[in-house]
Design a protein around this ligand. Structure first.
Ligand SMILES: [Zn+2]
Length: 224
C-alpha cells in the first residue's frame, strides 16, 4: 500500500491518500478547505494516475471533513463514516466558527455507515474498521494488516492522545480504545495519525505519557 500525507486547513489536519498497484485509491479524512487545497489534492491524484473510489473518515470533526464534499462530487465516490458521528457534521458550522474556520458544503450523513461495515476496500486492499470511541462516539481507526499500517485519526498521536473535552468525548473510552483495541496489534505497527508526525505502537507504549501513566497503574482509566 502506498501512502501520501497532505496537510490541510488551518487546523493542520493530515489527509491521507492511499493506493495500491491497481491505482485505485481512497482519501482518508479529506480536510482540504480552499480552492488552492482542492487543486493540490486534485493535482496529486492526477499526477499519480490514481482513480479515487472512496472517501472514508475516522470521525466527524469538521477539520477532518472539510474536503469530503469536494471529493464526493469531483470523483463521484461514496463517503464512509460511522453514523454515530453524523451529529458532528450537522454542528460543523458552529464548531468551525469557534475555531475561526469558515465551513463550506458538508455531507449531512455518510453513504456507508461504518457502524455496520467491518472493512472498506480500494483495489485489492482492505482497510479493517476498528471502533475506537472516546475522542468522538463514532471514531474508528483503519488498519491495513499486510503493511501493518494503522490510521488512528484523533485517537492516538505521537506521544499524545486526542481531546476528550469536546461534545461526545470520553477519557475512559479513548483509553480503552488505545489499550484494548490498538496496542494489541503489535509494537511494529506503523501509526499514521490525524495530526502531527507518524509513530509506531511500540514507541507509544514506551513514550506516550497518557499510555505510560496507565501502564504504570498511576491512573485508573476504567473508571471502576
Ligand atoms: Zn477530531
Amino acid at each position: 500500500m502506498n501512502i501520501a500525507c497532505l496537510q490541510f486547513n488551518p487546523i493542520q489536519e493530515n489527509t491521507y491518500v492511499v493506493w495500491d498497484d491497481t491505482a485505485e485509491c481512497a482519501v482518508i479524512d479529506a480536510g482540504n478547505a480552499s480552492e488552492r487545497e482542492n487543486a493540490a489534492l486534485e493535482r496529486f491524484i492526477a499526477e499519480h494516475g490514481l482513480n479515487p473510489v472512496l472517501a472514508v473518515n475516522t470521525h466527524g470533526h469538521f477539520d477532518h471533513a472539510l474536503g469530503v464534499e469536494f471529493v464526493r462530487r469531483r470523483y463521484g465516490v461514496p463517503f464512509a463514516m460511522s453514523s454515530k458521528d453524523s451529529f458532528l457534521l450537522e454542528n460543523a458550522a458552529v464548531s468551525g466558527s469557534l475555531f475561526g474556520v469558515k465551513i463550506g458544503p458538508m455531507p449531512s450523513a455518510p453513504d456507508i455507515d461504518l457502524e455496520r461495515t467491518p472493512e472498506v476496500r480500494f483495489g485489492r486492499t482492505a482497510l479493517r474498521v476498528i471502533p475506537t470511541p472516546g475522542h468522538t462516539p463514532g471514531h474508528v481507526s483503519l488498519y491495513e494488516p499486510e503493511s501493518k499500517t494503522l490510521f488512528t485519526g484523533d485517537t492516538l498521536f505521537r506521544e499524545s492522545i486526542g481531546r476528550t473535552d469536546l461534545p461526545g468525548g470520553d477519557y475512559s473510552w479513548i483509553m480503552r480504545s488505545i489499550l484494548e483495541k490498538l496496542l494489541p496489534l503489535g509494537d511494529e505497527v506503523r501509526v499514521c495519525p490525524g495530526h502531527g508526525p507518524e509513530t509506531t505502537l511500540g514507541h507509544e507504549t514506551l513514550y506516550n505519557p497518557f499510555v505510560v501513566e496507565v501502564l504504570n497503574d498511576e491512573v485508573n482509566y476504567r473508571n471502576d
